[in-house]
Design a protein around this ligand. Structure first.
Ligand code: GDP
Length: 362
């Protein structure tokens, strides 16, 4: 599955947020085919289009697509030097596809801050410095490994070393590699190194319940994010935690009182999903209306392969309707009549929202 790692200093609200996420999530026992670690939460990706499709098709069940959040607690200053369990945490982050960096933007005298003051800029710098130092180390090692091949005239190695050398100075300054302007080729040449500061990142600003507006801490986070190609989602972990404890009816009332249209977690999940540059296609049968995840640029056979590898191997063709057409013409029959049902072959590139039906050999 696609994973978003949750990092941040101690006492910023990571566990509170993570617990709320897993409460909103899915029982690990519903996923017999994947091993779920205790620090992992599989959460449904909220998507209003599923409900609209279900209203038309009236299926037995509706199944959202999911993504994983991994709680990577314990990343502190000194991690890159292997202090404490630091190296293990960095290795855990390396395995994720994206990073959610929780930053404390709420004041509360009762909750100790590790540095004794609320300062998002300094907090972010502590964590990011560790990530940059870890990348600097990988970068230097890789240059060392490839230098000989590059000198020997290996063009690929030469190119890789040239990219890595460009990264040294920024990493030394503690900059995030994702803030550099790298070409597709440059990124591809170093992709195998899984640089931490090149991972798509969202800052999750944990604000007080009245801290969504006129909050200088939140403004600071936004300013930092805009300089380094990161996104910001503001939530109040305390509210999310309360919402997680409530029955559906109370929850609706509580949210209405606060003027919230949806739980903040939904925004966190959607932002995480967007970070991974994923898209959703749907299958809409009477048994099941379901959302599936594919990478942007995936072909029809690759999309079929998400359902089952046999579907990819034996792919013949796909029937495809755009989501909007499916809704406008109230289902497959109507879409077909209007000429909106297309038959596509192996080279079809899937679009977000496609409603698909696959024909295949087994
Ligand atoms: P972690 O160390 O980053 O995992 O932080 P925790 O989730 O354990 O939170 C640390 C403390 O801050 C706990 O006592 C939480 O109840 C409290 N806390 C978390 N989020 C909020 C919040 O949004 N507002 C307030 N006032 N307290 C919070």
């Amino acid at each position: 599955g696609f994973k978003c790692g949750i990092v941040g200093l101690p006492n910023v609200g990571k566990s509170t947020l993570f617990n709320a996420l897993t409460k909103a999530g899915i029982e690990a026992s519903n996923f017999p085919f994947c091993t779920i670690e205790p620090n992992t939460g599989v959460v449904p990706v909220p998507d209003a289009r599923l409900d609209a499709l279900a209203e038309i098709v009236n299926p037995e069940r509706v199944i959202p697509t999911t993504m994983e959040f991994v709680d990577i607690a314990g990343l502190v200053a000194g991690a890159s030097k292997g202090e404490g369990l630091g190296n293990k945490f960095l290795a855990n982050i390396r395995e994720t596809d994206a990073i959610g960096h929780v930053v404390r933007c709420f004041e509360d005298e009762n909750i100790v801050h590790v540095a004794n003051k609320i300062s998002p800029a300094e907090d972010i710098e502590v964590i990011n410095t560790e990530l940059a130092l870890a990348d600097l180390d990988s970068c230097e090692r890789a240059i060392h490994r490839q230098a000989k091949r590059a000198k020997g005239g290996d063009q690929e190695a030469k190119f890789e070393v040239s990219v890595l050398e460009k990264m040294l100075a920024p990493l030394n300054e503690g900059l995030m590699l994702r803030s550099l302007d790298l070409s597709v080729e440059e990124k591809a040449a170093v992709a195998y190194l899984n640089f931490l500061t090149l991972k798509p990142t969202m800052y999750i600003a944990n604000v007080a319940d009245d801290g969504f507006e006129n909050n200088p801490h939140l403004d600071t986070v936004r300013e930092i994010a805009s300089k380094e190609n990161a996104v910001v989602v503001a939530v109040c972990a305390a509210i999310e935690s309360e919402l997680g404890e409530m029955e559906a009816e109370d929850r609706a009332e509580f949210m209405a009182d606060l003027g919230l249209e949806e739980p903040g977690l939904d925004r966190v999940i959607r932002a995480g999903y967007d970070l991974l540059t994923l898209q959703t296609y749907f299958t809409a049968g009477v048994k099941e209306v379901r959302a599936w995840t594919v990478a942007i640029g995936a072909t029809a056979p690759q999309a079929a392969g998400v359902i089952h590898t046999d579907f990819e191997r034996g792919f013949i063709r796909a029937q495809v309707m755009a989501y909007d057409d499916f809704i406008t013409y109230k289902g497959e029959a109507g879409a077909k009549e209007a000429g909106k049902l297309k038959v596509e072959g192996k080279s079809y590139i899937v679009k977000d929202g496609d409603v698909m039906h696959f024909l295949f050999n087994v």
